[in-house]
Design a binder for this molecule. Structure first.
Ligand code: 13P
Length: 246
């Protein structure tokens, strides 16, 4: 499976920094045919900069579960599509914890995304406390069951495993923990999504050029969802290079 290298810019960059970042990323990808052949790249900027992204696939970091109407401040999936986006990240742990998004809400949003023709990247992951208590598979299994709508297919859905304690902390899960969780996720998808063996499962949480090669070589790790390192064009591209160097 071709690896998906996805950048989640979160609430970072201004218009000029974002434009510089995307043009630098695009130039580096366009200059390297082998990289294009081996990886798909995606960037997810803040909503307001989505229309400025050209030359690489783009997506948003959230969407409304509603199609349109009196929902002040919300952005619909079709608006994202209209601005050139083809993906949307849903159920990121920052949305689940700071905005109280339940798996049921994530499922409704994913359904809206699918209906608008977007690919939903559904995020799951346990907290440090849950892992310490040996609850990681129960938590992630429950999130998968609750967050994946019946509109999901292998083409319109990507899963991102992001252990909450590894996000922005510099800590990464050990290769064995990642291997165990990704194989658990793959087995859980069987029954939830037809053709589940073709669903991409990304790893996210302090992925950087130094650890990307090892993480991306693990079976069932089909790419990365990258926060901090995606804000640096060289680091983002080096992660892509590490994906197929192994
Ligand atoms: P970091 O790569 O900064 O740990 O963020 C990961 C993440 O949350 C991507 O969605």
């Amino acid at each position: 499976m071709k690896k998906l290298i996805a950048g989640n810019w979160k609430m970072n960059t201004d218009l000029s920094q974002g434009s510089e970042l995307i043009s630098s990323i695009t130039d580096k990808i366009q200059a390297n045919k082998e990289l294009q052949d081996n990886c798909d790249f995606l960037v997810c900027p803040p909503f307001v900069y989505l229309s400025s992204i050209k030359g690489v696939a783009s997506g948003a970091q959230d969407c409304s579960s509603h199609k349109s109407g009196a929902y002040t401040g919300e952005i619909s999936a079709s608006m994202i599509k209209d601005c050139g986006g083809s993906y949307v990240i849903l159920g990121h742990s920052e949305r689940r914890s700071y905005h109280g998004e339940s798996s049921a809400v994530v499922s409704d949003k994913a359904k809206a995304a699918h209906e608008a023709g977007l690919i939903a990247i559904i995020c799951v992951g346990e907290s440090e406390n849950q892992r310490d208590q040996g609850q990681e598979q129960t938590v992630v299994g429950g999130q998968l069951l609750g967050s994946i709508p019946d509109t999901a297919t292998a083409q319109n859905t990507v899963i991102a495993y992001e252990p909450v304690w590894a996000i922005g902390t510099g800590k990464t899960a050990s290769p064995k923990d990642v291997a165990d969780m990704h194989s658990f996720i793959r087995s859980k998808l069987n029954g939830l999504i037809e053709g589940s063996e073709k669903v991409r499962i990304l790893y996210g949480g302090s992925m950087k050029p130094e650890n990307a090669g090892e993480l991306l070589a693990i079976p069932n790790v089909d790419g990365g969802l990258i926060g901090g390192a995606s804000l640096n064009a060289d680091a983002f591209i080096e992660i892509g290079l590490a994906a197929w160097a192994n």
